[in-house]
Write a protein that binds this ligand. Structure first.
Ligand code: GDP
Length: 364
């Protein structure tokens, strides 16, 4: 599955957010650094109103949303790259995720200690990013010596990887994250294999006070400005409010959201932003038994999509009956779409589109 790691300085609201996300009490929120010691992992459903529509037209007994995983990663502090705090563990955990959700404290609260004694989310972001860059720098400097030697004696693989590594190293030495490297299409795999902390896509979460949940505040505006300048995304959320919402029943939620002037829980926006950040799309399968959403990388071909369901489907792939979501709905379901000629037979080279309703034909 796809994993997002929640990171940030201590006391910015990571555990609160994670708890709200996963509705578990497992990751305990507490007002002191290092409360979250083990990485806590939770799966969340990706909210998608299209799935309910599909289930309605297909008369499905069950609805199964697609899911992504969030990992609450233990508190990072200044000096983590040198092993301070939970440094090494933090870095190991972050290596395993596909994307980083970076929580920034944008709320004032005299009762909650800030590790540096002041509320300044942009500087906080720099503190965390600096630790990640230092860790990457050290890791590359260590690895590149051997690689240069290998390349010198003509090792093909080393020669292929070296330019990417040199490029990333130069950037980091210049104080910039590896994600800013201009990577050629052919080098993408090699770059990914370096598994650098600062090469992962970042989503900033501005954790604002309850009053600013709908609007954001001056601090979150600064973060949004910073994110825009980096080509990164930012979402405004009040973790405290989300934690409250998560405990309500569906009816109570709707009422509560209305009173505070929100259209949907901030978590829904966050989950969808995480999904976009990972360049993921959704396709559907629909029948009387269940309507189900599945996740693939944007650009995945039909057999790869089939493989998400079962490896046999990919191996024996013949073709995929494909109906675009809009056609599926406009025609009142599969039969109607077939009659209207909107059910396409797609082959091995078909690139799966977001919202496709698919039925795979395969050899066993
Ligand atoms: P972590 O160390 O980043 O995981 O932070 P926690 O989630 O444990 O939160 C630290 C403290 O800040 C706790 O006492 C939370 O109740 C409090 N907190 C978290 N989010 C908010 C918020 O949006 N507003 C206020 N006022 N307090 C918050």
């Amino acid at each position: 599955g796809f994993k997002c790691g929640i990171v940030g300085l201590p006391n910015v609201g990571k555990s609160t957010l994670f708890n709200a996300l996963t509705k578990t009490a497992a990751a305990q929120a507490a007002n002191y650094p290092f409360c979250t010691i083990e990485p806590n992992t939770g799966e969340v459903a990706v909210p998608d109103p299209r799935l309910d529509k599909i289930a309605e037209f297909a008369g499905s007994a069950n609805i199964v949303p697609t899911r992504i995983t969030f990992v609450d990663i233990a508190g990072l502090v200044r000096g983590a790259s040198k092993g301070e705090g939970l440094g090494n563990q933090f870095l190991a955990n972050i290596r395993e995720v596909d994307a980083v959700v970076h929580v920034l404290r944008c709320f004032e609260d005299g009762d909650v200690t800030h590790v540096d004694g002041r509320i300044d989310p942009v500087t906080d972001a720099e503190t965390v990013e600096t630790e990640l860059m230092l860790a990457d720098l050290e890791s590359l400097e260590r690895r590149i010596v051997a690689l240069r030697k290998k390349a010198q004696v003509g090792d093909k693989e080393a020669k292929a990887v070296l330019p990417v590594m040199e490029g990333a190293l130069a950037l980091l030495q210049d104080g910039k994250p590896a994600r800013l490297l201009d990577v050629a299409k052919d080098d993408e795999a090699a770059f990914k294999a370096l598994n650098l902390l600062t090469s992962k896509p970042v989503l900033y979460v501005c954790n604002v006070d309850e009053e600013s949940a709908g609007t954001g505040n001056a601090l979150s505006a600064k973060v949004e400005e910073m994110a825009a300048s980096q080509g990164a995304a930012a979402v405004v959320i009040s973790a405290a409010i989300e934690a409250e919402i998560a405990q309500l029943s569906a009816d109570e939620q709707a009422e509560f959201l209305e009173t505070i002037g929100l259209e949907e829980p901030g978590l829904d926006r966050l989950i969808r932003a995480g999904y976009d950040l990972l360049h993921l799309i959704t396709f559907f399968t629909a029948g009387p038994k269940e309507a189900r959403a599945w996740t693939v990388y944007r650009g995945a071909k039909a057999p790869q999509a089939a493989g998400v369901i079962h490896s046999d489907f990919e191996r024996g792939f013949i073709r995929a009956q494909t109906i675009a979501f809009d056609d599926f709905v406009a025609c009142g379901g599969e039969q109607g779409a077939k009659t209207a000629g909107k059910a396409r037979d797609e082959g091995k080279e078909y690139v799966t589109q977001d919202g496709d309703v698919m039925l795979f034909k395969f050899n066993t």
